[in-house]
Design a protein around this ligand. Structure first.
Ligand code: F6R
Length: 611
């Protein structure tokens, strides 16, 4: 959470930083701020609220004939952890001697002790943040050498950080350092950048370095140097990012979320291709051996966890191997029973989710093999897991995941099929048949996306609900979890997902006149069961939105009470890839009808790099 950016070069840093912050706003939007060098020290503009508030303030400065400008600057967009969202708690933070300014993404765990020590030396603190301690500590250590001060700060603080640092005495130098939070260094003809994520610099360059933990980058207009904590120079490889600039723009859609939903046929095609064409994904799939594992654990957070729950049904059905799925935040503290015969699969769009990183490290420390499914190349989970499969979703900007989730599902299906083949449970013919089914998904998703009218119409009638329930059985239950999460996070309508059979064990007491229940029906052998659940709630006054390929009895019901959205037929195991499209669109249109800020739901941030 929080996004940082910095620039040094020939151009005015301020518009570049503002543009970059727009691409990072998905990481937090409680406040934002920018610092450049002014005539007498730092010139800082920072404001509580969305980036647009900061932009207004910058326009005021122009009108007042005091524009914020300079060739070197740092910027920040905040997701508040320590200290409420306020102007004073916004970044950049400047030390009390006005020598050092800092932007920080992460959490300083020992900030209270450090703050106390500094206060004992008489250092006055202005904010309630943990981050201010970095600026104050850097000034405390600073004796004319900013690199030295940054190294000392890195050694003193505990926790996670990605930092951009400016020093008033070294006006041509921008320093960056990180631990457990992402930071890239971008280079281009007119200058050099630091940023939390690639989209922030994509307009200017696709050439980046990924900073590793405890590496320092020293940026000047025409140069970038890297050092370790002993100040020894480091040689790093530059990477060329394949994402196009368009991928970080809305491209005419009202929201990134809708654009990203619509991109899914392409994303599925590219992800499927990535395991067929020569390249990293194919190598991993060809080389990973499954016979040495007697247990698979899938661990992740949020939607990525839901992808894991869905995949469990596929793995267990195809591979007859026991699969546990666990929330990473629980797994990391559970002392799980794992050993070198366990494969732990980490699923993460960002590759930076703190709990998933911790789960991965825990699994590795116990000798398990780790395989990650990640969207962001160069991210911590991608780098640290023993094996990594990349989803070809491109940058996902909307906070609510859509296309990355779909890509995760498809990679998990293919992984399960490959394992089943290796375990000799599937024949080559059966493998080919299943892969052929998967290959039909992009076109089927495309067909669904061509006809959004009925979903849009139905969603427009749902804005008034206080609560919506999702039910399903078997793999439909897994995807019901995702439907429910999607709805609540962007529409703010309370929602729960239940296994259909569980309704009568308590949940049904919540059903009353006009409650909406979304029922998934793709498992043909359970169709009768889910329909009887639908009847149970209808007879208690509920309305049912039935989504699925199984539907013959749908017309037998009162159409006032039951509305059916039909899905194309595909193998039941892969039906979540179609259901989820309708569920995403449903959530999107409900939220759109409520006029909500869909891409940036309240209190959320896309990349959850804190616990
Ligand atoms: C929901 C959503 C979150 C993420 C979760 C994990 O729409 O996006 O629940 O799925 O925060 O994030 P990653 O996949 O980056 O580890």
């Amino acid at each position: 959470m929080c996004g940082i950016i910095g620039y040094t070069g020939k151009e005015d840093a301020v518009p570049i930083i503002v543009e970059g912050l727009k691409k990072l706003e998905y990481r937090g939007y409680d406040s934002s701020g920018i610092a450049v060098y002014g005539k007498n020290g730092f010139d800082v503009v920072k404001q509580k609220g969305r980036l647009s508030v900061l932009e207004d303030r910058l326009k005021d400065r122009m009108r007042e004939n005091k524009p914020l400008c300079g060739n070197l600057g740092i910027g920040h967009t905040r997701w508040a952890t320590h200290g409420e969202p306020s102007d004073i708690n916004s970044h950049p933070h400047v030390g009390s001697k006005n020598k050092i300014a800092v932007v920080h993404n992460g959490i300083i765990e020992n900030y209270k002790q450090l703050k106390e020590r500094l206060e004992n030396y008489g250092v006055p603190f202005a904010s309630q943040t943990d981050s201010e301690v970095i600026a104050q500590l850097a000034e405390h250590y600073y004796c004319g050498d900013i690199i030295d001060a940054v190294i000392k700060v890195s050694n003193a603080v505990e926790g996670s950080y990605a930092l951009g640092v400016m020093c008033i005495d070294e006006r041509d130098t921008l320093i960056a350092v990180k631990k457990d939070n992402p930071l890239i260094i971008g280079i281009c003809d007119h200058g050099n950048f630091i940023a939390s994520d690639v989209p922030a610099v994509l307009k200017h360059t696709n050439r980046v370095y990924y900073l590793n933990d405890k590496e320092i980058a020293v940026l000047r207009e025409g140069s970038v140097q890297f050092f370790n904590m002993d100040r020894e120079p480091l040689q790093k490889n530059i990477e060329t990012i394949k994402w196009s600039m368009d991928s970080a723009e809305k491209g005419g859609y009202p929201h990134f979320m809708l654009k990203e939903i619509m991109e899914q046929p392409r994303v599925l095609r590219d992800t499927i291709q990535s395991v067929i064409m020569e390249g990293e994904n194919k190598n991993v799939l060809d080389n990973i051996s499954v016979s040495c594992f007697n247990k698979i654990i899938i661990t992740a957070c949020g939607s990525a966890y839901n992808a894991g729950v869905t995949a469990k049904y596929v793995f267990e059905k195809l591979c007859r191997i026991s699969v546990e799925v666990e929330l990473a935040s629980e797994f990391r503290y559970r002392d799980a029973i794992i050993d070198n015969k366990t494969l732990v699969i980490l699923v993460s769009q960002s590759g930076e989710t703190a709990d998933t990183i911790a789960a991965m490290r825990e699994a590795k420390s116990k000798g398990a093999s780790t395989l990650s499914i990640v969207n962001v190349i160069g991210s911590t989970i991608a780098k640290e897991a023993d094996y990594c499969l990349f989803t070809a979703a491109g940058p996902e900007i909307a906070v609510a995941t859509t296309k990355a989730f779909s890509a995760q599902l498809v990679l998990l299906y293919i992984l399960a099929i490959r394992f089943a083949l290796r375990l000799k449970i599937l024949s080559h013919n059966e493998e080919r048949e299943l892969l052929a089914q998967i290959a039909t998904l992009p076109d089927k998703v495309s067909a669904l996306l061509d006809k959004t009218g009925s979903i849009q119409m139905y969603a427009s009638t749902c804005v008034g609900y206080k609560s919506i329930f999702f039910i399903g059985r078997n793999i439909d239950y897994a995807i019901a979890l995702e439907g429910s999460l999607k709805l609540k996070e962007i529409s703010y309508i309370h929602s729960e997902a239940y296994a259909g059979g569980e309704l009568k064990h308590g949940t049904i007491s919540l059903v009353e006149e006009n409650t909406l229940v979304v029922a998934l029906s793709n498992c043909s052998y359970l169709y009768g069961k889910i329909m009887s659940n639908a009847e149970q709630v209808i007879s208690r006054g509920a309305k049912v939105l039935l989504i699925g390929s199984c539907s013959d009895a749908a017309s037998a019901h009162d159409s006032e009470k039951l509305y059916h959205i039909s899905l194309p037929h595909v193998h039941e195991m892969f039906s979540p890839s179609l259901s989820v499209i309708v569920l995403q669109l449903f959530s999107y249109y409900v939220a759109a009808n409520k006029g909500l800020d869909i891409d940036k739901p309240r209190n959320l941030a896309k990349s959850v790099t804190v616990e």
